[in-house]
Design a protein around this ligand. Sequence first.
Ligand code: NAI
Length: 338
Amino acid sequence: MAHRITLIPGDGIGPEVTAAVVHVLDRAGVDIEWEPEEAGAAVAQREGKPLPRRVLDSITRNRVALKGPIGTPVGSGFPSVNVEVRRSLDLYANLRPVLSLPGIESRYDGVDLIVVRENTEDLYSGLEHQVVPGVVESLKIITSKASKRIARFAFSCATRHRRRKVTAVHKANIMKLGDGLFLDSVRAVAGDFPAIEYDERIVDATCMHLVIDPGRFDVLLLPNLYGDIVSDLCAGLVGGLGLVPSANLGDDMAVFEAVHGTAPDIAGRQLANPTALLLSALLMLRYLDEDEQAARILAALEQVLASGEARTPDLGGDATTQEFADAISRQVETTAPR
Ligand code: NAI
């Protein structure tokens, strides 16, 4: 039976990378019935809001979505659709595997990190107000419930994937109450997983250590804001934002999207690398128990990257988004489904 999946192309490079990924999955013969839904700038202009209720209804119905990036105006304007999707569907865990890929020149070989980011609270709660002109208060919300829930997710994920260590990342030396509560909550859960080593690092030092020696980390567990920033840093370790996938997971629903944004500087010119969204789609196939299909497409992607047969400009090549997707599709077609 076909998987019915909500498809949100998004803004900027979103429509280009989603078209490329749908093309690869289609040519690989994955049985998916897409339910396209529009969210973002264009729909906001037309209907007055960037995230119509029908988009959330579609995801709730299908339980799975593949989503392109959606822009958020800086300063004024509508709140982030991305944050709203995660919060209103209670997709509390943001999973961002960061892996070196064959043939990609980057600072390090053999990077293999899992970034687990809390997705529903912290400074992303959207609670800001002007106290008096010239003074704004932005509320950072940390609860033991959400912190324990994301900690349990991180340790379970570490156990399932046979990882050795979970590192909680914080700034509890300064935010003694908020990040202190986060740490207390994680410690309470860590005790239930004695087979997994546990340590704690301050976020600024973590950034420095990641740049010098990413091999010292394994699974990183972070509140929302640090998770957002540190996962882009980690993308830089393996060759850039065009290469890193993510999954927003709730108890019985999931939205898969790349770590990157709408890349307005290259949008509409077929310059975007669809690898990050393709890897997100492979996480989605594994979520749907289509492991063999995911492995087959991953092998094709790795083959194309390793051979250098087609590369988008961010990787030093001159292939368009679609040419790169075509090269992967040709490769995947040579591997018959087992
Ligand atoms: P960005 O990730 O869109 O771009 C940063 C840099 O990386 C740019 O130079 C861009 O060209 C490059 N880049 C990103 N993805 C690429 C790809 N697939 N292939 C090749 N190069 C790529 O970050 P930026 O510029 O800070 O944000 C732009 C917009 O995207 C903002 O409105 C932001 O709010 C939104 N955004 C949305 C996200 C989402 O939908 N989940 C996540 C991050 C940002």
